[in-house]
Ligand binder design. Structure first.
Ligand SMILES: Cc1cc2nc3c(=O)[nH]c(=O)nc-3n(C[C@H](O)[C@H](O)[C@H](O)COP(=O)(O)OP(=O)(O)OC[C@H]3O[C@@H](n4cnc5c(N)ncnc54)[C@H](O)[C@@H]3O)c2cc1C
Length: 315
């Protein structure tokens, strides 16, 4: 690492922590230490932390709400920036937010303001930045349908407004990863509607989700992506359907198991390690490949130091 790191003379210094354990910041409650950890409370702090680290040659990992990641038991080298920049503002029929705002807070704000169009995102965990990054969605709608503007920090350190088309959205994917963009803020385009109708739809979706997803057990939602197939209903074969058929619900490795009510959700039953989750996911994917010749792709992103997980316990 460069001698300009850590930046003790910078305004970042008081909040820079060494060896901070990341498990509590993930919905799976798994993950080792960040070599360096900084919680950014504003978009400006986010930019300062990332540009300072990059200038010193320190690798940077951005963490939103940790709801779509599996963090290595060995932790993450370099600086982990935890995005807590959460301002939300109404701009006409649009809602602007900093990227660390929770999607659930944006949904609640749309209900409060009587703005319709965001109901599909009810109950989806994570930050707005994470949702744009992974084009989060449900019920046939996704962030790409409503995003109207965004500001990013480019790999070259430039703060730039980008058009939605520049994200090249696809199913649970945007070009932000490939372009190494950090999403700083965004705007979604909504329409004015009846507050009661919007509220009723949000409550309806949350109630449905509560019957399918574990509220009491740590998870990262669906582990594998659905399989795109133009011949299938809605253009996709649900990964959960294939996993149900191969009996994934009875699979378990160490503290990681498959949720009893959803064959595509891995839960932390207590004391699970990232190695347990990876080994379980591999068993699930192997079984689907053997039966159907289909290669499942992980929706959950692995972050941090590689693990020798193939040699871990198999129960
Ligand atoms: C119970 C449960 C249910 C879920 N249901 C759904 C669902 O229905 N639909 C769905 O799409 N997802 C679902 N998810 C997954 C998750 O909620 C989404 O993927 C969410 O958008 C992730 O946001 P996050 O802030 O937690 O991102 P994180 O998990 O913190 O990060 C995910 C990736 O995004 C990157 N990232 C985060 N913020 C930014 C940023 N500002 N700029 C650039 N990169 C960034 C990170 O570096 C990382 O690579 C569910 C998760 C859970 C736990």
């Amino acid at each position: 690492m460069s001698t300009t790191w850590p930046p003790w003379t910078s305004p970042l210094a008081p909040n820079l922590k060494r060896g901070h354990i990341l498990a509590p910041f993930t919905t799976l409650k798994i993950g080792g230490p960040a070599e360096w950890y900084f919680a950014a409370e504003t978009a400006d702090q986010l930019v300062l932390a990332i540009t300072t680290a990059r200038a010193a040659g320190v690798p940077v990992t951005l963490l939103g709400d940790g709801s779509n990641v599996l963090i290595s038991d060995l932790g993450i080298k370099g600086l982990v920036v935890h995005n807590r920049a959460c301002q939300i503002e109404r701009r006409g029929d649009h809602l602007y937010s900093e990227s660390g705002a929770l999607l659930s807070d944006l949904v609640n704000r749309s209900r409060h303001e009587g703005l319709t169009g965001l109901e599909f995102a009810s109950g989806i965990y994570g930050t707005v930045g994470g949702a744009v990054f992974g084009n989060a969605g449900a019920y046939g709608r996704a962030m790409s349908d409503i995003l109207s503007a965004a500001e990013v920090l480019t790999d070259e350190g430039e703060r730039r407004s980008v058009a939605p088309s520049e994200f090249e959205f696809a199913y649970r994917l945007s070009a932000s990863g490939r372009k190494r963009w950090v999403i700083l803020s965004s705007e979604v385009a909504l329409q004015s509607g009846s507050r009661d109708a919007i509220g009723a739809e949000i409550d309806r979706i949350i109630a449905i989700r509560a019957t399918k997803l574990p509220a009491d057990l740590p998870s990262a939602g669906s582990y594998f992506m659905n399989i795109e197939d133009p011949k299938a209903e809605h253009g996709k074969i649900p990964a959960g359907q294939l996993l149900e058929a191969i009996g994934s619900k009875s699979m378990r490795v160490g503290g990681a198991g498959v949720y009893e009510r959803h064959a595509n959700v891995i839960v932390n039953l207590g004391g699970a390690t990232a190695a347990d989750v990876l080994a379980l996911a591999r068993q699930m994917a192997d079984a689907v490949r053997e039966r159907y010749g289909i290669e499942l792709r992980s929706e959950v992103r692995f972050l941090g130091e590689p693990l020798d997980w193939q040699s871990v316990r198999r129960v």
